[in-house]
Design a protein around this ligand. Sequence first.
Ligand code: FAD
Length: 511
Amino acid sequence: MARIVIVGADFAGHTAALYLGDKIGKQHEITVINRYDYFGFVPSWVWVGVGQMAPEQTTIPLKKVYDRKHVKFIQGAVTEVHPDENYLLVSPADHGELRRVAYDYLMIATGPKLNFAATPGLGPSAGHTVSICTLDHTLHARDTYLEQVRRLEKGERLRFVVGTGHPGATCQGAALEYISNIHKDLLKRRLRNRVDLVYLSNERALGDFGIGGLHARYKGKFISSEEFITAIYREYGIITEIQKGVLKVDEQRIYWEDFAGCYGETSYDFAMLIPQFTGQPLKYIGRDGSDIAERVVAPNGLVKVDATYGLDYETLRRQPDAWPASYQNPSYPNIFAAGIAFAPPGPISIPHVTPNGTSISAAPPRTGMIASIIGRVAALNILSMIEQGQATHHERMSEMFAACVASMGGSLWDGEAATIIIYPVVPDYQRYPNAEGRDMFVTHMELGTGGAWMKRLVHETSRSSRRWTTASAPEATRRIDDRQRTTAQRRPAGRPSSVVENPARTSGEQR
Ligand SMILES: Cc1cc2nc3c(=O)[nH]c(=O)nc-3n(C[C@H](O)[C@H](O)[C@H](O)COP(=O)(O)OP(=O)(O)OC[C@H]3O[C@@H](n4cnc5c(N)ncnc54)[C@H](O)[C@@H]3O)c2cc1C
């Protein structure tokens, strides 16, 4: 019987656990270790963050799902990995003693460390900005946003800034969704005319998204994602500030450097800025007790897999095969990494260095769909390692299809969404010898209410699976922490108060 341990249970780890549980849950021992006791449906947090959706509608308790799949579950945080001796240490969520968990195969699917510390003044814990990257962050963002709404209701005029908070940040799609949902929410509240909405980003051009942008057919014409997103922002009256790497934030201003090397600042009353993503700070310890991190992880803490690392951008651009295929660690073939946790070989978007030497480059995204696909590939490889002694499955991001539905208002009646279908995610200029390196028949963009319905459909599917798996309200959604209770008490009469949770003990910055 093989022992398989998966660390992290969101898009990558949860998908892997479901695949493995289905296929070999009865014959082998599968254990998932996750900081929270629920799966968080992250894409819907853009609705939670404006008070349009209750947080418990975006979580699925894990244990009952895993019980059905013959998967063991431990709630806690992995602190150390001992790859020479095949075990790891877990700090359990109940604050009990460190627990030793042995494995034959390990999948690291921990997502990113939210590195707010890389930008002084950034983030909800030690800084001045909010975040929607974890559920507890999102609840704080929602409460801060609703406080601003009350100021607007009193007649104040304010400036909200949403975007990226580090020169090398990724996840611009989440910022696009959040600012669009703020726009729609303010329209509903008849307060939009009192707010300057600013999208501030490190992207080379609007619609770059860290994938170098795209061209696609839209309403029968080939247009660029830059034109597509520019038109949306123009219609929404959103001010755009791009090619800016945020260096510092204080209580009133965001300080940045732009592509030309000029320094400037943007004032704000409310700001949600995505931090730099690095790897989770796990310790990797050898048999003799030494630090062997460099055998397992890249300098940024993300797990090294079967990519070709160290290529310059131009070389990497010509080598789609440099992108990993099996997601297996080269030093320890029984360790795999999936989702945001794996180290990409380099950027997809053209990197930019300012005359001052600052690198302002949107990092490659690994969205929920991409993370799930990689989770499945890594799971199937663990299966084939057990059954055939080698990893037989592969799917590079340069061979991968992705669909992204960016919500722009959750309403099924007047909400809309930008749907972007892209193939392959990483351009392959050999297979597709056009300026894009992509299949122009498949790659597509669409804007409309249909996307809002699709997004809601995906959300409701995950909700119905939650209802199906829970006989009563899960522990995670019953707890209301003091902060949230205080906020609920402050909420003006007539405004519905959603039940909120304290998602276990969280260390916001280390999601
Ligand atoms: C607001 C927002 C909206 C988004 N919208 C979309 C969208 O519409 N479509 C889309 O495709 N993508 C979207 N994304 C991106 C998507 O959410 C991520 O790509 C995806 O969550 C990555 O999945 P993952 O499993 O790799 O990592 P994560 O989702 O970060 O999950 C990692 C899990 O591991 C746990 N963990 C971390 N460290 C440890 C440890 N030491 N021990 C135990 N557990 C640990 C974490 O708590 C977490 O549960 C959005 C992101 C945000 C922030």
